[in-house]
Ligand binder design. Structure first.
Ligand SMILES: [Ca+2]
Length: 257
């Protein structure tokens, strides 16, 4: 590992230690990403950048540890790339009526290498195609199990570029979350921090193949005048926290005194 990154990690660990000592901190953002936004704010980062690592070559992730559910860590978000507007195609062709309002369409699903049944008619799965150098989102007719001939994929080139640029070095902060009804605010308490280095892109592909990494497609609809239109909240490759050391090697970083 580069010496420069190790120094940045030690520096980050030191700043983080100060944040730990601050105890409960009121959220600086709202909704789902509040913990991450709050941490970035406290570290003095101004604007969010989805493409590059958050902090001096290190990507920051937060994970809530007092949640009933095991929440996955989003690695990076990227649309299908073998043709333009593939997400649009997916939404228009395979979207299903929303539970809240059946006049709205959604395509909101987690898909991995096992079959995931999304619609009455179709199942979806991820398949790593080494020959074509892409990760395919395959569609199967649920009844006859035959593959529907439509190519939807992410190229190895694009995935490798995204993974290696954003996630070569990673820092995961564990956080406690508390909702205070009195003033309707979220509060966070920052706990343990861990540092990691990416194993390899080949490992990433292996973990897609064995079902460890899934893709979360989040397309809903929003109203525009009288009409509903597609609202794409992003397509994210995810890994559960308990699997993180399958993709990354844990590093030992101590605070430099
Ligand atoms: Ca981040």
């Amino acid at each position: 590992m580069k010496q420069k990154i190790l120094i940045e990690m030690q520096d980050l660990a030191k700043k983080y230690y100060k944040i730990q000592t601050m105890n409960w901190i009121q959220s600086k953002g709202d909704g789902f990403g509040g913990a991450g936004i709050t941490l970035e704010y406290l570290l003095g980062k101004l604007a969010d950048n989805d493409i590059l690592p958050d902090y001096h070559g290190i990507e920051l992730k937060t994970t809530q540890i007092n949640s009933k559910y095991s929440t996955p860590i989003g690695l990076f978000s990227t649309a299908l790339d073998n043709q333009p507007l593939q997400m649009q195609y997916l939404y228009e062709t395979y979207g299903w009526p929303s539970k809240n309002d059946s006049s709205q369409k959604v395509f909101y699903a987690k898909i991995n290498a096992d079959y995931s049944r999304c619609t009455k008619r179709c199942s979806f799965k991820l398949y790593v195609n080494y020959e074509k150098e892409c990760v395919e989102l395959q569609i199967y007719d649920h009844y006859n199990k035959e593959r529907i001939k439509k190519e939807l994929s992410w190229s190895f080139y694009h995935l490798k570029l995204r993974l290696e640029t954003k996630l070569t070095y990673l820092c995961v902060a564990e956080v406690l979350k508390y909702y205070r009804t009195h003033n309707e605010n979220y509060y966070y308490k920052f706990q343990e921090i861990s540092f990691y280095e990416l194993k390899s892109f080949e490992k990433f592909l292996e973990l897609i193949e064995d079902g460890t990494i899934n893709v979360h497609i989040k397309i809903t609809s929003r109203q525009k005048g009288e009409q509903w239109e597609m609202y794409d909240k992003g397509t994210t490759f995810e890994i559960y926290k308990e699997d993180i050391e399958k993709l990354f090697t844990k590093l030992s970083v101590s605070i430099k005194k």
